[in-house]
Design a protein around this ligand. Structure first.
Ligand code: KIV
Ligand code: ZN
Length: 520
């Protein structure tokens, strides 16, 4: 029997980006969109255009650039001004979708919307019709998604009524959000099964899942939805998203692929690009992927226990249900040395699923040569790290020009830092601290004028050997919000400075966004 195809709807750039400290600028969103297109995602939810001029611009540029390769979607509340704004952002694109949402659960009806059931149904129908009209007038194939927000806590009879009327009004996809991550797999399965059974026109639309991870059940609930007949999954890279996040794209995709015998469905995802996508999103947002995270965590394929290693040597399948290469997992394999040429380096980037433009390639290649000079052996993981480091850094406001620290027994640790403020201007200052790292961080604060509290700082080595690249991850608090940053260097003082600055750049960006929002 031929397998059905599951539509993978990625909302990293909308629901994922809504997570505190995860905001991305338009250039970064375009980079992530390109990665999602190459990954084979069917629908990219690019943003919520009414939310801010930045969101509008990002959706517009993504639709212009990528809607000839995949469907680009924009979110709107069930309000005329939202729908018009979302459409304006999408209208220059080829293959586009409008996504409308309106809450239906009793708790949202009473306390948030203060609307009765009949008014909700009427509003949903009118707004879906308004969205459909946009496509009809533009001579495009109608592609409208409707989400009854907090569907998983909505009475099944009322949910069925809203879904039926939305489909009758022209919705081509009906999404069933578990907005607060409250559902359990059996309950979510029953909810989708109920809709399949009781909504007479359900076959006229694709049923979609949208599960949040507050109880750690987002992936399990999404898969339960598929078992009940859903044919679209909404998810994000690394499970990014508000609070505990959304269903992780890499996990749902690999569960469907690994257990094809059970689900009998396919996706269009090129799974060999999953790890590179995960690392890119982590690098841009500063949200570190936990080491033991399924599929893309650094330990996901590490077998430490002797009994496991013994089994693996006899036959990999004793303890391995997926091959690391199937998800593009990059280990510590030795690849290149100082004498490897540009061609070999470019080929290696391609094999690792890393795409960089020509200008960035030159910088990344220079970094590689510099690293190969310092280290005898350069590993795949080093290459992934320098690419991410370089591609992200080019978008930053503050950039490091130089950084020096001195410390030793009987001396006061002192650091001098020079930074570029993004306009080519050089600013420098010096400071002392309890140790050289603290002295550097103090000097950075003096130059940027950002008052930050360091909440956490972790150091790890990226590959093997005493000369390994060190990666520093920091968490800082600025104006009550926590930001993460990672920095990379064979010198851990410099790596700390880079990580700290990356986190402060995120805070700066958040401040700029807030300023723009309040002045628009
Ligand atoms: O979680 C949710 O309900 C949403 C909707 C806007 C689809 O993100
Ligand atoms: Zn959501």
């Amino acid at each position: 029997m031929s397998a059905d195809r599951i539509v993978i709807f990625d909302t990293t750039l909308r629901d994922g980006e809504q997570a505190p400290g995860c905001s991305m600028n338009t250039a970064e969103k375009l980079r992530v969109a390109e990665t999602l297109v190459e990954l084979g995602v069917d629908v990219i939810e690019a943003g919520f255009p009414i939310a801010s001029p930045d969101d509008f611009e990002a959706v517009r540029q993504i639709a212009r650039t990528f809607s000839n390769r995949t469907t680009i979607c924009a979110l709107a509340r069930c309000r005329p001004e939202d729908i018009d704004r979302a459409w304006d952002a999408l209208k220059e694109g080829d293959d586009v979708r409008l996504h409308l949402f309106l809450a239906t659960s009793p708790i949202h009806r009473e306390f948030k919307l203060k609307m009765a059931e009949a008014e909700i149904v009427r509003t949903a129908v009118e707004m879906v019709q308004r969205a459909v009209d946009k496509f009809v007038k533009a001579g495009k194939k109608v592609n409208v998604e409707f989400s009854p927000e907090d569907a998983a806590r909505t009475e099944l009879n009322f949910l069925s009524e809203v879904v039926e009327k939305a489909i009758a009004a022209g919705a081509t996809t009906v999404n069933i959000p578990d907005t607060v991550g409250y559902a359990t797999p059996t309950q979510y399965f029953q909810c989708i099964s109920h809709l399949k059974k009781h909504v007479p026109n359900i076959d006229k639309a694709v049923i979609s899942t949208h599960c949040h991870d507050d109880l750690g059940l987002a992936v399990a609930n999404s898969l339960a939805g598929v078992e009940a007949g859903a044919r679209q999954i909404e998810c994000t890279i690394n499970g990014l998203g508000e609070r505990a996040g959304n269903a992780a794209l890499e996990e749902v995709v690999m569960a469907l692929r690994t257990r094809r015998d059970y689900y009998n469905v396919d996706t269009r995802i090129n799974t060999r690009k999953l790890c590179a996508a995960s690392q890119q999103v982590s690098g841009i947002t500063g949200m570190v992927v936990q080491r033991n995270k399924a599929i893309v965590g650094r330990n996901a394929f590490a077998h430490e226990a002797g009994i496991h290693q013994h089994g693996m040597l006899q036959n990999r399948t004793t303890y391995e249900i997926m091959r690391p290469e199937d998800v593009g997992f990059v280990g510590t394999k030795l690849v290149l040395g100082k004498h490897s040429g540009r061609h070999a380096f470019r080929d290696r980037l391609k094999e690792l699923g890393l795409t960089v433009d020509d200008a960035t390639f030159q910088k990344v290649f220079d970094d590689f040569i510099e690293l190969a000079d310092k280290k005898k052996e350069v590993y795949d993981s080093d290459i992934v790290a320098i690419v991410e480091n370089r591609t992200h850094e080019t978008q930053d406001h503050w950039k490091i020009i130089s950084c020096q620290a001195s410390a030793g027994t009987g001396t006061i640790p002192t650091a001098t830092v020079a930074l570029d403020s993004g306009d080519g201007k050089r600013h420098h200052d010096a400071a002392t601290g309890g140790g050289p790292v603290e002295a550097v961080l103090h000097a950075i604060e003096r130059v940027t004028g950002i008052n930050a509290t360091l909440e956490d700082l972790k150091i790890r080595s990226v590959s093997k050997g005493k000369d390994a690249l060190g990666e520093v991850v920091v968490q800082v608090n600025v104006d009550g919000r926590t930001y993460e940053g990672t920095g990379l260097s064979v010198d851990i003082i410099e790596a700390s400075a880079r990580a700290y600055l990356k986190a402060l750049n995120q805070a700066e960006r958040q401040r700029e966004r807030a300023d723009r929002k309040s002045s628009s």
